[in-house]
Design a protein around this ligand. Structure first.
Ligand SMILES: [Zn+2]
Length: 510
């Protein structure tokens, strides 16, 4: 059975033999359903399935995709996206039915996983045994619990190529994640092309002393390519431009945006840096607005993450310009500057039709109305924000920092400054725990795991850090919370170990 566990799952007598003689049939013939058919075709053709199916009118057994008015009528009024779907496997037909195209993609992802977990590959010839995959007849009716099922990736501390990011998106798609939070800027590297500030990429994207392949940036065309690839999988790409702290790379390129004038280098050490954007400088306001304008033009996501974490106020306290601003806008002292800045940046995003999301430090000074909070230091910040009527995404380091070690034994790679986070802990995480008030519970959009890459230099390490923990998180976010049965999940995960290992590089605990 699949991960995340479906809402209902019924085995039936019989089976379907999936082979290259099957067709993919458009039960509803429109452009969006055609796109889903292309997607299904591409994932079945990829290794290790290697099944190339034609799309067309079926004269033989088929996989049929169709949108159903009946399911559409069940969609909550006003809900913009409804991912519900049904998947039926019969003797001569596999049918994927959904209210909306996104549901068909989720159905295709379930089918893909069923095919992967039933593959029998000949060890010598590397070919499919018998030329087909036998799938048990069944019926699945399914819909997700949360609308924000996210994975984060830090492309600053170590750079990941477009091909690697796409491989990561495939992993998200395999377990029905629908948000990719892309951390694009930090002290150790600025990774996105901004036309108005060319030195962000000619200077701020290169960290001295690192391997060339682990430096770099994404051109706007590459970003568009990643967004389109994610969109085919109905994954939203939420960019993060971390402001006003974590900006040493910006200051290396544009030292005039600092309080002291520099000079600075792109940072080669991890941790928190005292040199941050000078908020008393009008050029900083112009910088922030021009960058966000280009980001909003490039990304389609409703949310844009503006960081807001780990910003020391030391430089602001000693800066004439920042102190002048404190007096001019009537603040008590520099400790209130970040809230002032966050409010303005969030307002700017509203002006370009977007919604700001911040790390939870911004809650300390009072969260601007209408912005969302990402709770990382613990769930209590998210709980407070939800009670105040803010949308919240839970990403506590206690359970969902996948750069932390998975076991306490041996040489488990991962951050050694924190306690390990085990698979069982992730599986036991409940995003709404501690909230009793229904309106506050409704503010919890979902959760995500964060993957900071200080100690993750390449894709193999990245995969071994997120797998198998993201399988557990997928189930927390998609499946009904009761009953959640750890032993049953562990057994089910074992049935997927073979295909996961054949494609990815999971942790040895899988
Ligand atoms: Zn200043």
């Amino acid at each position: 059975m699949i991960i995340p566990k479906p809402t209902t799952f019924t085995l039936m007598p019989g089976s379907f033999a999936l082979s290259e003689s099957c067709m993919i049939e458009l039960g509803t013939d429109n452009q969006e359903v055609r796109c889903v058919a292309d997607y299904l075709r591409s994932v079945l053709a990829a290794e290790p399935c290697g099944l190339t199916l034609d799309i067309g009118v079926a004269e033989r057994s088929a996989i049929r995709l169709r949108l159903s008015d009946e399911l559409t009528e069940a969609v909550d009024p006003g809900a913009p996206v409804d991912e519900r779907y049904e998947l039926g496997i019969f003797d001569d037909l596999i049918e994927l039915v959904a209210a909306q195209p996104v549901g068909l993609v989720r159905a295709a992802q379930s089918l893909h996983q069923l095919v992967l977990s039933h593959l029998r590959i000949d060890a010598d010839t590397r070919e499919l045994v018998g030329g087909s995959v036998d799938l048990r007849a069944l019926h699945i009716s399914d819909r997700p619990r949360f609308g924000w099922r996210g994975m984060h990736l830090d492309s600053s501390r170590h750079f990941f190529s477009v091909a690697e990011v796409k491989r990561f998106l495939d992993l998200l798609a395999a377990f029905k994640f629908n948000v990719f939070h892309w951390h694009l800027t930090d002290d150790q590297g600025w990774r996105i092309e901004i036309d108005a500030y060319p030195m962000l990429t000619s200077v701020a994207a290169e960290r001295a002393g690192d391997e060339p392949s682990r430096n770099g940036f994404y051109t706007k065309d590459q970003v568009r390519d990643v967004i389109a690839y994610a969109a085919e999988r109905h994954i939203d790409v939420v960019p993060e431009i971390d402001l006003p702290g974590h900006t040493r790379a910006v200051l290396a390129a544009y030292p005039e945006l600092s309080c002291t004038g520099g000079p600075f280098a792109v940072s080669t050490r991890w941790g928190i840096h005292k040199d941050v954007l000078c908020l008393g400088n009008p050029a900083t306001t112009e910088f922030v607005e021009r960058v966000l304008a280009e980001v909003a033009e490039l990304f389609q996501s409703q949310f844009v993450h503006l960081g807001g974490d780990e910003c020391p106020v030391d430089r602001w306290g000693a800066c004439v310009k920042c102190q002048r601003l404190v007096a001019a806008v009537g603040l008590t002292d520099e400790s209130e500057l970040q809230t002032w800045f966050s409010r303005r940046a969030a307002d700017y995003l509203v002006g370009v039709g977007r919604t700001a999301v911040f790390w939870d430090e911004v809650l300390d000074g009072g969260l601007p109305a209408g912005v969302a909070l990402m709770s990382w230091r613990g769930v209590e910040y998210g709980q407070r924000a939800a009670a105040l009527g803010h949308d919240v995404v839970m990403a506590p380091e206690s359970h969902l920092y996948f750069d932390y070690r998975q076991t306490s034994q041996g040489l488990d790679p991962g951050a050694d400054w924190a306690e390990p986070t085990t698979l069982a802990q992730v599986y036991g995480f409940e995003p709404t725990a501690g909230l009793n008030d229904p309106p506050a519970i409704a503010r919890v959009l979902g959760a995500q795991a964060n993957v900071w890459t200080e100690l993750i230099p390449d894709m193999a390490r990245l995969e071994s850090m997120v797998l198998p923990r993201m399988c557990a998180l997928a189930e927390v976010l998609w499946s009904d919370p009761s009953p959640r049965d750890w032993a049953e999940f562990r057994n089910r995960l074992t049935t997927h170990a073979s295909w996961i290992r054949s494609i990815y590089n999971p942790h040895e605990s899988l």
